[in-house]
Design a protein around this ligand. Structure first.
Ligand SMILES: Nc1ncnc2c1ncn2[C@@H]1O[C@H](COP(=O)(O)OP(=O)(O)O)[C@@H](O)[C@H]1O
Ligand SMILES: [Mg+2]
Length: 436
């Protein structure tokens, strides 16, 4: 409004100035050349002056108005370009469609997110709504019709290949002059966020399950010990009773198992100690045996080459890492598959612990990502994607390394390499032990 006023004020003032200038110039010319002109000449001069100043005024006003209009048009065009740029650069998909879901706008992010180019989709019916979400969209549109925009609703959309993915969606009305109401849909891809959330829930579930297992083990520990003692006493009286011998064996296994579970769930600060590689690997293999049986799989442990090899490591962490590698192998093999756990010394005082399986293997693309925290190919509830990240951290913390190799369709092998306890360190550790 102010701009309009300013426009008219400028136009009026400049016109008055112009007319005044024309009149002044005319006066000068008259005084100089027509001082002695007769009445008729003067009369014509007056008329000419009137016509000339009117013409000048008209041209000036026309030019002024045209210039102003061109300026406004330029500004409008620039503003339009700016809006289009904003729309295109907006990080989420922005789509405009009418009440029949016919698409009239489709920004660059939508092109990237859904895989349809703007040229091919304009005028077509929106193809990104999964059939089971069609009702929901109708409901959203009804809500918008009643003047209530939909904000940040979590739903799903389809990409060009028909794959559904989670999105966060906002829907608002969009009205243009002389046009029926349109719907402006803004969506952002929340696959990553949903994966993190699921992983967090899974982690939380595992943690509470671990705590529960520890509690159960704690409760079972004393009755098992009492039972075992009683059976041992009975065996002393009837040494050749086979049933009792088997009972004692079973109870000893349970006791050992429960104790390992307790030790395992007790996660203290990192405490590096001398660990025999062979003994640790065998103990973990024993601990893992029940789940191997449950899947009718085979676990082959080869520790003969590891005899006498020691590393300096946190026992609990080392076992955890071996369990991580074993569970990954177990997840990868089919029922009846085979896992091989092997230890062997490497040159320059290192030991290699490898876990091979004859499972599905890992694709080249996934192989590059498996150590990323939260990277998992398992369905929600089955994997957290933290196992290998923890394993790599452990290896780095213990001066070692870890890598996975895989031939697609012929299984995978994880190699954990740790530095052996140096001879000097071994002597020092032994001396320390004898002093205690
Ligand atoms: N032995 C294996 N065979 C096939 N794939 C594997 C194996 N070990 C790891 N992977 C792949 O690496 C991914 C990450 O493993 P990990 O960090 O332990 O997380 P998670 O087991 O929770 O998925 C797995 O989802 C899987 O795709
Ligand atoms: Mg895992």
């Amino acid at each position: 409004m102010r701009e309009k006023q300013w426009f008219w004020v400028t136009l009026t003032l400049s016109s008055i100035t112009l007319v005044a200038l024309v009149f002044a110039a005319w006066e000068l010319v008259e005084n100089r050349y027509f001082r002695d002109a007769n009445y008729l000449t003067l009369h014509y001069l007056y008329i000419t002056r009137g016509v000339a100043s009117s013409l000048v005024l008209a041209f000036w006003a026309a030019w002024f108005v045209l210039r102003q209009r061109r300026k406004s048009e330029d500004e409008l065009r620039r503003s339009n370009e700016r809006y289009r740029g904003l729309l295109e650069d907006f990080p989420g998909g922005v789509i405009l469609y009418d009440k029949d879901l016919r698409v009239v706008e489709w920004n660059a992010s939508a092109e990237r997110m859904y895989g349809y180019s703007k040229a091919e989709i304009l005028g077509r019916a929106l193809p990104t709504v999964p059939p089971e979400k069609a009702g929901e969209l109708r409901e959203f549109m009804r809500q918008v019709d009643h003047g209530e925009p939909v904000l940040n609703a979590e739903t799903a959309r389809l990409d060009r290949n028909g794959a559904a993915f989670p999105v966060q969606l906002s829907l608002r009305p969009f009205s243009e002059r002389d046009q029926p109401i349109h719907y402006l849909e803004a969506t952002s891809d929340i696959r990553e966020r949903v994966r993190w959330r699921d992983a967090m829930i899974e982690l939380e579930k595992l943690t509470s399950m671990g705590k529960m297992a520890a509690g159960t083990a704690h409760h079972l520990n004393s009755p098992l010990a009492a039972l075992l003692l009683r059976v041992q006493l009975m065996r002393e009286r009837a040494a050749d009773d086979h049933d009792l011998a088997r009972l004692e064996e079973g109870l000893t296994f349970c006791r050992h198992f429960v104790r390992r579970l307790l030790e395992f769930s007790h996660m203290g600060p990192v405490q590096k100690d001398v660990q025999s590689v062979g003994a640790t690997v065998e103990s973990v293999a024993g601990f893992f045996q029940p789940v191997i049986h449950a899947k009718r799989a085979t676990l082959i442990t080869e520790t003969a080459d590891a005899r006498g090899l020691d590393v300096c490591a946190d026992r609990n962490l080392l076992e955890t890492v071996l369990l991580i590698l074993l569970s990954n192998a177990l997840d990868a093999i089919p029922a009846g598959g085979e896992i091989r756990l092997r230890c062997r010394p490497l040159p320059s005082d290192r030991v290699e612990i490898s876990v091979s399986d004859n499972g599905a293997g890992i694709s080249q693309a996934n192989l590059a990502r498996i150590f990323e925290p939260f990277f998992t190919t398992k369905e929600p509830g089955k994997g957290t994607g933290l196992g290998l990240a923890i394993a790599r951290n452990f290896a780095a913390e213990h001066g070692g390394s870890i890598r996975l190799e895989s031939e697609p369709a012929s299984g995978a092998t994880a190699y954990l390499i740790l530095p052996l306890l140096g001879v000097a360190a071994r002597v020092a550790a032994a001396a320390e032990e004898s002093r205690l």
